[in-house]
Write a protein that binds this ligand. Sequence first.
Ligand code: G
Ligand code: G
Ligand code: MN
Ligand code: NA
Length: 259
Amino acid sequence: LDMETKLRQAVLKGREFEVHYQPIIALDTGHLSGFEALVRMRRADGTLVLPNEFIRITEETGLIVHIGRWVLREACRQMRAWQMKFPEYPPLQMSVNLAGRQFVQPNLMQQIEQVLDETGLNTDSLKLEVTETVIMEHVEEAAAVLVKLRDKGIKLLMDDFGTGYSSLSYLHRFPVNTLKIDASFIRRMDESRREANIVQTIVTLAHTLNMDIIAEGVETAAHLSHLRELDVEYAQGFYFSPPVDKIAAEALISDWPRW
Ligand code: G
Ligand code: G
Ligand code: MN
Ligand code: NA
């Protein structure tokens, strides 16, 4: 079967998809701040298919709208369950990716409200990630959608920042709480002064606009100390943990140092 047919069947059966979770760490305390939800497909032989093999086709065919809604519900349900299970823990955040197709759906707000309602997750605990490219492809609609989400109290992250074409004249128009600096910048940071200065410039820009920073692709202790020097708020990457399934993610929560 070709990938599109497999995906259609998987969407119909609703069983082949899984959500994995990668921790996001607050750099001032080292505490766990929350997770990013990342979708995977499970083959019949048990092996995993990563999104780079199937996300593009789901966007082209519109299947992403169904998958994305399922991921949102599953991630919110899971976070609510963890919050109940670890009541003494400061409330963790769940960050969910929104594809361009989802972002421009006229009933996006109703879908989100319905999922929060059904799962009982507090609005404060949900963050939505939209890539810089998607926002810039839909500048006018994006500004309107983002304002609605903000008014509802949902935090917004601009994902893969630095890989698209954000114009500085637009950036301040979007009520985005956080910029996620793309992993490619973090990887090159120790290579040269010049690359490190680029990261510093993005951080300064974000802070000037009252936005926080999440550094993606943090893989080494050197990355980490560099980011701390730059007053970056959050980090995510293999140095802490790769994305893991819900059982392993729950173990991370229960073992993470809290004091
Ligand atoms: O771990 P990783 O291979 O999961 O993710 C690869 C890419 O797929 C990332 O850029 C990520 O944003 C995207 N991705 C992962 N999960 C989802 C999802 O649920 N929805 C959308 N739209 N993109 C996702
Ligand atoms: O949504 P987004 O583009 O941010 O998805 C994150 C992607 O980056 C996922 O594919 C995830 O598996 C991957 N990833 C997460 N941490 C690291 C890391 O430290 N190094 C590398 N190379 N990839 C990472
Ligand atoms: Mn993301
Ligand atoms: Na990213």
